[in-house]
Design a protein around this ligand. Structure first.
Ligand SMILES: [Zn+2]
Length: 802
């Protein structure tokens, strides 16, 4: 009775962890009046055995038990704590970082508590405690059912979905993202290889996951109709809400057969939809993935064309295409814009003449319109978070502490810490982002994806301006933000806010147009690679080009597309006259009958184009149409090159100020590529003085691509430049003109004065012509400008004489 009594006290799991971490000193204090037989303390197991006076031992045991009773655990559902859909994903990712682990460790020590986090997917943050730890849960915590978790789709778009009117009763919706199985259409379209196995395509896999019975229905259908290229499955398609799934069977891309195959498949789907009386159908973008390798542009073209021809007579009121990436989206957008009226195309970017206010109101308008058209879709959610039943949660954080610790307060502190670490938020407001090249956007998105940073279209809550929100771990968000700024700076160098050629431009050939063009800040033609391509590597190079002139920089040359190549070849053929070869002084030693074009490249030299565009702008600013070359008194007609060049090459060529493409033969193309055509080193003997002599006939320029005194041997590669020339207000000089007639007299030093027609005069308020047109008894006309900035060598033609 009064002897020595021995007592054990054991706690396990969550209690053990809590005791081990936080209560060691306290327990030791309790035990100072008794003999400790055993003191084992680990995270999993705290076992104490002590002996002493029976009464004392009992008291200590009571105290220890009370201590255990005081330990409480409270849990918070992370889904309701972080309401934005992306926040849970970011928190989940954040918890896998060392930094966060350290942060939570420190929080635990500081507040004498234990934090246990349960997070979706593989990235469950266990803090080294086994998942079975449920002991410390508060009484009303429900048993855990594990459910399929949140799959994190990476944000893939900056674009908004587009709606087009296909007919008075049918709309086409192009979405820049999406999961086909989430679509609410009557008919969903799936995609299969000819093995008819859902597991062989990305789209098939998605269907298979969502609707586990689908493969069996599909198999039965395939057995019944083994030769069909579109199989339709109906029946138990839970949880899909559609009436039927149409499975298109495709074979990998083949340029001769794929067009017909795809067209056929889409028409069968539309026919099937009509047979079922369906009102809507959703297509994934067909064949652009790895399994089939269809080029997005072809898919877009065929899809839109088939839709256009097949929609009449169908029951469909809505057709949806889901584009998996921005390239496909763009192709569909372009193709659809060609054929259909856009209903909600947001006026993006600073298209000429749109004030920021107009733009803003447009955007708001379109938003509300869009909301009305399609309320069922939740566009802002990339997260595919599975529906949870109310009793269970797969995203939860719990804090274990003593009940006098103010556990709710602890959570609010921790929540703030988590938000600070994982949900660092920055807004990016630049309007220019709307006209940002897709390549650059993709670069940023890829980088963001790598770093698990969230990028989403969202107005800045402070300024209310449209922009993008970037969210995630602080360092990573800062990295992405810097990248965006860096790309922005570079893009801004060559992305005009206000183009000459734009949808808002007034009719060509009017004073309004000149006014519009004069207000443009365009520096480079829109078709230039540097206007499109913004790969970081290229951008760095471009920056270097701006900051330092490097002569003979080979990358000034860009290969032209086949359309341009063909147009220029055609122009050469049209301006080639074999009957004139070898005739005239400058043609001495020439006897070939034809030429063969080897290559055409574009010279994209920013350093050189800028002064040219400044000069061009000055001509626009006069706000006066320059007289057509063909209408000048004594002229033999319009400029031949401009008569024969294809229309698309004239879109950014401005006849209003007599901007023309003209030929220039040269023996030193490298110098021209790097520093342009310099009139100061031109031929002294030129009939019209020191200027840049260009020609409208290739036959003429061919005379200057090698030396008259020593002609090159056959097969030598020669060059002629196709240059943009600003003739502006041209002055016609013929054989009767003084400077030409008296061969000895001083030649023209510059275009003459518009009042006295002399090139050097004493007129007050001197105004000069911009160029000289040599048009008289001569075989060829000469087009002469006297300033380097009046001429930009845009295309390098490499050819040989045959
Ligand atoms: Zn004068």
């Amino acid at each position: 009775e009064h002897g020595v009594h021995e007592q054990s006290f054991i706690v396990t799991e969550l209690y053990a962890r809590f005791f081990h971490k936080n209560l060691g000193n306290q327990i030791k204090q309790y035990l100072q009046d008794v003999e400790i037989v055993l003191f084992l303390s680990t995270e999993a197991h705290v076992a104490i055995k002590f002996k002493g006076d029976r009464k004392t031992v009992k008291q200590i045991y009571k105290k220890l038990s009370e201590l255990k009773m005081k330990v409480i655990t409270k849990s918070w559902d992370l889904r309701s704590e972080f309401k934005q859909p992306e926040e849970l994903m970011l928190v989940t990712q954040g918890f896998s970082s060392e930094k966060m682990k350290n942060k939570v460790d420190r929080f635990e020590v500081k507040n004498q508590c234990i934090v246990i986090t349960k997070l979706p997917d593989k990235k469950v943050f266990t803090m080294g405690v086994s998942k079975k730890t449920q002991h410390g849960r508060s009484a009303h915590a429900s048993p855990i059912k594990r459910k399929p978790h949140c799959k994190v789709a990476v944000p893939t778009y900056f674009e908004k979905k587009l709606i087009f009117s296909v007919s008075s009763t049918c709309q086409l919706v192009i979405k820049p993202y999406g999961d086909i199985t989430k679509e609410s259409s009557d008919i969903l379209v799936s995609l299969l290889t000819n093995k008819v196995d859902l597991r062989n395509t990305r789209v098939g896999i998605t269907f298979n996951k969502v609707c586990p019975t689908l493969w069996r229905i599909l198999q039965a259908e395939h057995e019944a109709h083994p030769d069909d290229t579109v199989l339709t499955t109906k029946g138990q398609l839970n949880p899909l809400k559609c009436q039927a799934v149409c499975h298109i069977i495709l074979t990998p891309w083949n340029i001769t057969t794929s067009h017909a195959q795809l067209y056929n498949a889409i028409s069968l789907v539309i026919a099937q939809a009509t047979a079922l009386g369906a009102k809507s159908v959703s297509f994934p973008v067909l064949g652009c993935g790895k399994a089939f390798g269809f080029p997005p542009s072809d898919v877009a073209q065929i899809s839109i064309a088939s839709l256009k021809s097949l929609i009449l007579g169908s029951t469909l009121q809505k057709v949806v295409f889901l584009a998996p990436d921005s390239e496909v989206f763009k192709e569909f957008k372009n193709e659809a814009s060609k054929h259909f009226q856009a209903i909600n195309v947001v006026v993006k970017g600073a298209v000429g003449g749109v004030s920021p206010n107009e733009e803003k109101s447009n955007t708001i308008d379109d938003d509300s319109k869009e909301d009305n058209t399609d309320e069922s879709d939740n566009d802002e959610t990339f997260l595919e978070i599975s529906q949870r039943d109310s009793e269970s949660t797969d995203a939860e954080i719990s804090i274990t502490a003593l009940n006098d610790s103010g556990i709710d307060n602890l959570w609010s502190i921790l929540k703030k810490d988590i938000a600070k670490m994982c949900l660092h938020t920055k807004y990016f407001n630049q309007e220019i982002f709307d006209i940002w090249p897709n390549k650059s956007k993709d670069n940023i998105l890829q980088k963001a994806k790598k770093l698990s940073v969230w990028v989403k279209l969202s107005p800045n809550p402070k300024t209310k301006k449209p922009g993008y929100v970037i969210k995630g771990e602080k360092d990573k968000v800062e990295k992405i933000f810097n990248k965006i700024q860096k790309e922005f700076t570079t893009c801004a160098i060559h992305l005009p806010k206000y183009r000459i050629k734009s949808d808002k431009a007034p009719r060509r050939g009017t004073t309004e147009f000149l006014k519009h063009a004069a207000g443009s800040d365009e520096q480079f033609p829109s078709y230039w690679e540097l206007s499109k391509s913004t790969k970081t590597g290229i951008l760095t190079k471009l920056k270097n080009k701006i900051s330092s002139v490097k002569p003979k920089e080979p990358s000034f040359l860009v290969d032209v597309d086949s359309k341009t190549m063909d147009a220029i070849k055609k122009l050469i053929v049209k301006t080639w006259d074999p009957s004139l070869v070898g005739r005239g002084n400058d043609a001495a030693g020439l006897s070939h009958s034809s030429i063969k074009v080897i290559d055409v490249q574009r010279i994209e030299n920013m350093q050189l184009f800028i002064p040219y565009s400044v000069q061009r702008n000055l001509l626009f600013k006069r706000l006066q149409m320059c007289p057509d070359i063909g209408k000048i008194h004594g002229s033999k007609g319009r400029v031949v090159t401009s008569e024969h060049i294809e229309d698309f090459m004239k879109e950014e060529l401005y006849y209003e100020i007599n901007e023309h493409y003209l030929f220039y033969g040269t023996q030193n193309p490298d110098a021209i590529i790097s520093s342009g055509i310099d009139p100061r080193v031109s031929n002294e003997a030129g009939m019209f003085g020191k200027g840049i002599y260009t020609a409208e006939k290739f036959t003429k320029s061919d005379q200057y691509s090698d030396s008259r005194k020593q002609r090159s041997s056959p097969g030598t590669k020669l060059t002629v430049i196709l240059a943009r020339v600003l003739l502006g207000n041209a002055y016609l000089v013929n054989e009767r003109h003084q400077s030409v007639a008296s061969k000895q007299s001083v030649k023209l030093t510059r275009p003459p004065c518009v009042q006295c027609f002399k090139d050097v005069c004493n007129c007050p308020n001197q105004k000069l012509f911009d160029s000289v047109l040599g048009d008289g008894v001569w075989m060829f006309r000469e087009f002469v400008v006297y300033e380097k900035s009046h001429c930009y060598p845009e295309y390098l033609i490499t050819y040989e004489r045959v």
